[in-house]
Write a protein that binds this ligand. Structure first.
Ligand SMILES: Nc1ncnc2c1ncn2[C@@H]1O[C@H](COP(=O)(O)OP(=O)(O)OP(=O)(O)O)[C@@H](O)[C@H]1O
Ligand SMILES: Cc1ncc(CO)c(N)n1
Length: 265
């Protein structure tokens, strides 16, 4: 019998179930890999808001990492909300043991508000990006990280190119927050930029799109899919997941994504 490959998410818990490690584990399962999780932060969250954040001590993040890595053959890793400079630096101290590292730098809430002090941004740039196979900031995070105002496709491309200088092997700047006919992301890789494009789904149910995109990319890298193919497939997957959940009414705010079948993407 073929065994599933194992993937790890280092991320926060979303009590509302739509984002964070709950979204990651769902994306892992639906993309055919076995998911493990190191919890970095607990959020009291629902579809409408993050009400409170309780950080897990960095030493306990390390304990969880040690327990997982001592026993389980982790083939790819996704990071989500790390929430403190100390936790970013703790994860960074372990990069030699974190293969196929996909870093989703969660810096802002869905309404665009900055969640953490700038010391956290710097720790990502210094400690994690240089070791990442892929980094996946959204438009607001890319603005914070580059200081660029991002409005057009050219701005997305310029931000992705700037972030390529951090040492990340591949950069995806997700333009998902932009209203318009298409959901456009810029991918920088090997000195060139290309775009991922899909039709824009008109729905409020977009809670966890970023987590799902990055987790799916990690699952595919673990399955040895080449990185550019993995990004194309993750884009199709997230699009299908948004479509599947578009008519759901779960929560009064931004609802979760649905469960695509293999035929959907
Ligand atoms: N309404 C939509 N229709 C189609 N694709 C979308 C939509 N919203 C987001 N996407 C796509 O989903 C992926 C995730 O992008 P997004 O910018 O939403 O991430 P994010 O802001 O990090 O998400 P999160 O809400 O988890 O923080 C991107 O490929 C983006 O283009
Ligand atoms: C725990 C957690 N991680 C990531 C996000 C970003 O969607 C969120 N809302 N909550």
């Amino acid at each position: 019998m073929t065994q599933p490959v194992t993937v790890l998410t280092i991320a926060g818990s979303d009590s509302g179930g739509g984002a964070g490690l709950q979204a990651d584990l769902k994306a892992f399962a639906l993309n055919g890999v076995f998911g493990t999780s190191v919890v970095t932060v607990l959020t009291a969250q629902n579809s409408a808001e993050i009400r409170a954040i309780e950080k897990v001590p960095a030493a306990f993040v390390q304990s969880q990492l040690d327990a997982v890595l001592a026993d389980l053959p982790v083939a790819a890793v996704k990071t989500g909300m790390l929430a403190s400079e100390e936790t970013v630096r703790t994860v960074a101290a372990n990069v030699a043991r974190l293969p196929n590292l996909v870093v989703d730098p969660v810096l802002v809430s869905s309404d665009g508000a900055k969640l953490f002090p700038s010391t956290v941004d710097r720790a990502y740039v210094e400690g994690l990006f240089p070791h990442a196979a892929v980094i996946t900031p959204n438009i607001r995070e890319a603005t914070i990280l580059t200081g660029r105002e991002i409005r057009t496709d050219d701005d997305l491309a310029a931000a992705a190119t700037d972030l390529g200088r951090t040492g990340a092997r591949c950069v995806v700047v997700k333009g998902g927050g932009r209203p318009g006919g298409e959901a456009v992301d810029a991918v920088w890789h090997d000195g060139t930029v290309r775009f991922l494009r899909s039709p824009w789904v008109a729905t409020r149910n977009n809670h966890g799109t970023g987590c799902t995109f990055a987790a799916t990319t990690a699952a595919l890298l673990a399955r040895r899919v080449p990185v550019q193919d993995a990004l194309d497939e993750a884009k199709r997957y997230v699009q299908a997941a948004i479509e599947r959940g578009a008519a759901w009414q779960i929560g009064a705010g931004h609802g979760p994504l649905g469960w695509p079948t293999a035929e959907d993407h």
